[in-house]
Design a protein around this ligand. Structure first.
Ligand code: TRP
Length: 82
């Protein structure tokens, strides 16, 4: 990845319901929420980790696509093709 976190891999979050929240948490000694993005059903967000964002929390029913695989997010794990 080199020195810059902005050169890191992208990931995609696709919302499967209205109001999915993508919450960014700060990099550094204090871990705090700094950003909340709301996605409507069918919307996708393409993002990276940055110098400001080291972690994120996804709330709601969504699919997370990363280089590690495809991760269903939400209370029920249903067929991702539907
Ligand atoms: N402005 C933030 C940043 O550059 C936005 C951001 C980047 C973000 N990646 C994210 C917010 C992932 C939530 C999740 O760090």
């Amino acid at each position: 990845m080199g020195d810059s976190p902005v050169l890191g891999d992208y990931f995609v979050i696709k919302a499967l319901e209205h109001g999915v929240q993508v919450i960014g948490l700060t990099r550094g000694t204090e871990t705090k929420f700094h950003h909340a993005e709301k996605l409507d059903k069918g919307e996708a967000m393409v993002a990276q980790f940055t110098e400001h964002t080291s972690a994120m929390k996804i709330r709601g029913h969504a699919i997370l696509y990363t280089k590690f695989g495809t991760i269903p997010v939400g209370d029920e794990i249903r067929d991702l093709t539907k």
